[in-house]
Design a protein around this ligand. Structure first.
Ligand SMILES: [Ca+2]
Ligand SMILES: [Ca+2]
Ligand SMILES: [Ca+2]
Length: 753
C-alpha cells in the first residue's frame, strides 16, 4: 500500500510540472538560483552511448585528465562501461571519450578504466582488475598500466605485488578489486579497493605505494567486514583541508559508510559511520544511492559524491570538507514505475563523474542493469515487463551535466580577459605549466604557473576596470605557501596590497571575500613553497590557480549553462498547444565575447517574448553597461530590435519601465515616449551580426544618457513620466507575435552612480 501511495504522489507531481491542456497561453516568471549561495543545477539526461544491437552496456566509469598545452588547454573525459552480464565472467571495459567537456562521447579502441590517478611525474596510472594473479594468501599481483599522454593510451605495464599483510585473503581465488586511486602531492600513491578476507569477509582496504605503483602494501583497513555487514566498493579523496575521506558501500544497503583521516589513512578519526544525510526516511525510501560511491573535489573547492541504486544521485559538500552534505539530487532515474524503491529493476546505479571545468562536471550512469539470474541473462529494464520511469529499456550510457557553483556571480574569465606577465613560468616536460596554467580552470598539479629558484610574481592586466570583491587562490600543492594580492587602477599607479594569506595549504581554490576595490591591474606575489614537485628547483613558488570576482560586472561565468543566470528572473510562456517557451539562457556559444559564458536571447516563437531582468538596490542614479551582439535580426515583418529597460520603483507591486530602449536593426537606438523616438541622430552602432558593441546608459530619475563604444549618442526622457528611483534592468526580444531574432549579451556592469 505504501508503494501504491508513493506512485500516486509521483504521478501528481509530474502532472503539476506539466503544462495545462488547451488553457490558453500563460506566462509565469521564473527566478534563477540565488547569486549569494552555492548551487547545484543539473541538465536533463542525454544519451552518451547507445550501442547497435543492444548488447549489455552498464556500470559507467568516468575519469578525466588535463592535456594539450598551457596556451591551448584541453581536458579529455574517459568514460567507460562493462559489456558482459553481471555475475557471468568478466571482460575488458569499453571506452567512451569526450573531447568537448562531456557534451558528447565517441567510442574508442582503448579500454575503459576506473581506478586511475595522475602521478607526481606527470604520467597517469591505471590499476587493472583483470589479469591479476595470486602469490600467496597475502599477496596478489595486479597489472598497473602507465600513460605518458594524459590517459589516451597506456602502452607500459608493470605487474605489481599488492600485499595486504597483516590481512589475509579468504582463498587463493579471492580477487583484489581496485576501485579508486589518488596521488597525494608530496605523499604516497593511495589505492582503495576491496577483497574477501579470512577475517570478516568482504572488506575495504587502503593500499599505499611509494614507488609510483610498482608495489603496494596495506596502509590501513578502511572498513573490516563483520557477520552483520561487509564493505566493498570504496572511493577516496582529499577534502578541502587535506583530510583523507573514504566512502564505502555496505552489504546491507542501509547507507554509505565514511571514514576520515588527518594523516592520510594511517589512523581513522573515530569509528566507521553511516552518513546521516543519506539515511532512509521514515517511510523506508532511500534518499541517496547505496552502491559504488565516487568522490571528487572540484577545483572550486566543492566536494561532490555520486552513488546509485535505486537510481543515480549526486550530493555536494559546499565547504569541501565532507562533514556535512548540503544538497543531494537524483540526476538520472530509470526505475520500475510500479515499484520505485525496488533495487532489482532498471538502472544498476553504478554511476560516475568527472569535473570538466572549475565549476562543472559530467555525470554518467547506465540505463539498465545486465544481470545473470539462475543461469540466465536478463535486462533489468525488461525482465518483469515493468514500465520504466526513464522511458528506455535499452542498454545505454546516459550523461547529465552538473553546474556546481560556489557563492557569488561576478567571476571574471581570466583566461579570456587577462593579459598575463610575470616571472612564474613553465617547467620543461610539463606542457600545461606556464603563466596560463594559473587561469586554466584546473587544479591539477602540473596545470600551474611555477617559479624555480625563487619566489615569484604573477601579473594580470584586465580588459577593464572592475570593483574586485573576492579572490580565489590555489597555491603550492603538497605544501604550504604564502601570497599577497596587490592591485592598481592605472598602469602607472603603485601596487597596493589587497589580500594576504599566510602558509595556505591548497587542495583546490580557497576563496576570500575582500573589501571591494576598483582595479584593472592585479599582481599575485607568490612566496616560497614548503615543497617543490619533482624536477622543480627549490626554492620554488607556485600559482596553481587564481580566480577573481567583481561585484559590479556580471559576465555569467559562475552561472548554470543553459540555465537562468543567478540573480535574474525570466518570463516563461506556455502556449496554446501546451508547449513551454523560455528563450533566454546562459550559453557557452558566446559568439566571440572573449569569455566562456554569455546571456543568450532567442525569439523563435509567435507566442512568447523572451525577457530577463534583474532587480538591484533602489537608487536615484543608475548606470548599466553591457556588451551586445546581434546574432540574428528578423528580416521580414516588423523591424527587429533588442529591448532594454531600466526599471523604476514598482507601483502597487507592478514593475515600471522607467526607461524603455530599443537597439534597432538599422543601428539606431530608440526610446519610447508616446511612440518610438531616436536617441541622438544617425546610426548609434554597427548592426553587423559579426560585431560586438558596448552600450551604456546612465540615468537619473528624469533623464538618461546613452553612450555607445565610449561615444555619447544622446539623451532620453523617462518612458513612464514618473520620477521614482531606479531598481533594475531588463533585456528582451522585441515582440510576442513576431520571432526570428537572436541576441547575445555579456559583461553587464551596474552601478548606483
Ligand atoms: Ca591551474
Ligand atoms: Ca561572459
Ligand atoms: Ca516572439
Amino acid at each position: 500500500m505504501r508503494k501504491r501511495t508513493l506512485l500516486v504522489a509521483v504521478v501528481m507531481l509530474g502532472t503539476v510540472s506539466q503544462v495545462p491542456q488547451a488553457a490558453g497561453a500563460t506566462r509565469t516568471e521564473i527566478a534563477g538560483a540565488s547569486p549569494t549561495s552555492p548551487a547545484l543545477l543539473l541538465s536533463g539526461d542525454s544519451v552518451a552511448y547507445n550501442p547497435a544491437g543492444d548488447p549489455p552496456t552498464w556500470y559507467a566509469t568516468a575519469e578525466a585528465y588535463d592535456s594539450g598545452t598551457a596556451a591551448s588547454p584541453t581536458r579529455s573525459v574517459f568514460g567507460g562501461y562493462v559489456n558482459h552480464y553481471d555475475a557471468d565472467g568478466s571482460s575488458q571495459n569499453g571506452q567512451l571519450v569526450s573531447t568537448d567537456g562531456g557534451q558528447t562521447f565517441s567510442t574508442s579502441t582503448q579500454q575503459g578504466f576506473e581506478a586511475s590517478a595522475r602521478l607526481m611525474d606527470g604520467r597517469v596510472i591505471d590499476a587493472q582488475f583483470l589479469g591479476q594473479t595470486s602469490d600467496s594468501l597475502q599477496q596478489r599481483r595486479l597489472v598497473m598500466r602507465y600513460s605518458s599522454n594524459d590517459g589516451a593510451t597506456f602502452p607500459a605495464t608493470v605487474t605489481a605485488p599488492v600485499n595486504i599483510a597483516p590481512q589475509r585473503f579468504l582463498a587463493d581465488s579471492a580477487n583484489f578489486y581496485p576501485t579508486s586511486m589518488i596521488q597525494v602531492p608530496n605523499g604516497p600513491l593511495l589505492m582503495a579497493g576491496y577483497a574477501n578476507l579470512q577475517t570478516g569477509g568482504i572488506s575495504a582496504l587502503l593500499m599505499q605505494s611509494t614507488d609510483a605503483g610498482q608495489s603496494w602494501t596495506l596502509r590501513n583497513t578502511i572498513a573490516q567486514g563483520t557477520s552483520a555487514r561487509t564493505y566493498s566498493e570504496t572511493t577516496i579523496a582529499l577534502n578541502s583541508d587535506g583530510d583523507l575521506l573514504a566512502v564505502s558501500r555496505s552489504s546491507t544497503y542501509d547507507n554509505l559508510w565514511i571514514q576520515r583521516s588527518t594523516d592520510l589513512g594511517e589512523n581513522w578519526t573515530g569509528a566507521l559511520r553511516a552518513i546521516p544525510e543519506f539515511a532512509a526516511d521514515s517511510a523506508g525510501n532511500r534518499p541517496f544511492g547505496r552502491i559504488n560511491p565516487r568522490l571528487a573535489l572540484l577545483p572550486n573547492g566543492i566536494l561532490a559524491l555520486v552513488a546509485g541504486r535505486p537510481d543515480n544521485h549526486i550530493a555536494l559538500s559546499y565547504d569541501g570538507k565532507g562533514t556535512s552534505w548540503n544538497i543531494k539530487k537524483m540526476f538520472y532515474d530509470n526505475h520500475s514505475k510500479n515499484d520505485p524503491q525496488n533495487l532489482n529493476e532498471g538502472t544498476s546505479g553504478n554511476a560516475d563523474f568527472a569535473w570538466t571545468e572549475a565549476n562543472r562536471a559530467v555525470l554518467l550512469a547506465d540505463s539498465c542493469h545486465a544481470i545473470t539470474f539462475q543461469g540466465a541473462h536478463y535486462n533489468k529494464c525488461t525482465w518483469h515487463n515493468a514500465p520504466m520511469s526513464g522511458g528506455t529499456t535499452e542498454f545505454q550510457i546516459k550523461r547529465v551535466m552538473a553546474d556546481i557553483l560556489t557563492a557569488d556571480t561576478g567571476k571574471i574569465d581570466l583566461a579570456g580577459k587577462a593579459q598575463l606577465s610575470g616571472d612564474l613560468a613553465a617547467v620543461a616536460g610539463h606542457s600545461r605549466t606556464g603563466l596560463r596554467g594559473a587561469v586554466d580552470g584546473s587544479t591539477e598539479l602540473w596545470s600551474s604557473a611555477i617559479k624555480q629558484g625563487d619566489s615569484g610574481t604573477f601579473d594580470m592586466a584586465l580588459d577593464r576596470q572592475y570593483t574586485l570583491s573576492k579572490v580565489g587562490l590555489s597555491l603550492a600543492l603538497g605544501g604550504t605557501q604564502s601570497a599577497t594580492v596587490q592591485t592598481k587602477l592605472d598602469a602607472g599607479d603603485a601596487w597596493q596590497d589587497w589580500y594576504t594569506v599566510n602558509n595556505q595549504e591548497s587542495q583546490a581554490l580557497r576563496y576570500a571575500s575582500v573589501t571591494p576595490r576598483k582595479a584593472q591591474y592585479v599582481r599575485v606575489v607568490t612566496g616560497a613553497a614548503s615543497y617543490c614537485p619533482p624536477g622543480v628547483a627549490a626554492p620554488c613558488s607556485m600559482l596553481n590557480e587564481v580566480e577573481l570576482f567583481a561585484n559590479d560586472v556580471d559576465s555569467f561565468e559562475n552561472d548554470p549553462v543553459n540555465g537562468i543566470p543567478r540573480g535574474y528572473s525570466l518570463d516563461y510562456t506556455v502556449d496554446d498547444q501546451g508547449k513551454g517557451h523560455q528563450g533566454v539562457w546562459v550559453t557557452t556559444a558566446t559568439g566571440g565575447s572573449g569569455s566562456s559564458r554569455a546571456l543568450f536571447i532567442r525569439d523563435d516563437t509567435s507566442q512568447h517574448r523572451p525577457a530577463v531582468r534583474r532587480v538591484d538596490s533602489s537608487s536615484a542614479v543608475k548606470t548599466v553597461e553591457f556588451r551586445f551582439r546581434p546574432q540574428q535580426w528578423r528580416t521580414a515583418g516588423p523591424a527587429s530590435s533588442m529591448l532594454f529597460d531600466l526599471l523604476g520603483t514598482p507601483v502597487n507591486g507592478v514593475r515600471q519601465q522607467a526607461y524603455h530602449f530599443a537597439l534597432w536593426s538599422d543601428g539606431t537606438i530608440r526610446y519610447y515616449s508616446n511612440g518610438w523616438k531616436q536617441v541622438g541622430t544617425g546610426r548609434a552602432f554597427d548592426p553587423s551580426t559579426a560585431l560586438w558593441s558596448t552600450i551604456k546608459v546612465r540615468a537619473t530619475t528624469t533623464q538618461a544618457t546613452v553612450t555607445v563604444n565610449g561615444v555619447t549618442i544622446g539623451t532620453a526622457p523617462r518612458t513612464d513620466g514618473a520620477t521614482s528611483n531606479l531598481t533594475g534592468h531588463e533585456f528582451s526580444a522585441s515582440s510576442t507575435p513576431d520571432a526570428d531574432e537572436t541576441f547575445i549579451v555579456d559583461d553587464v556592469y551596474t552601478s548606483n552612480s
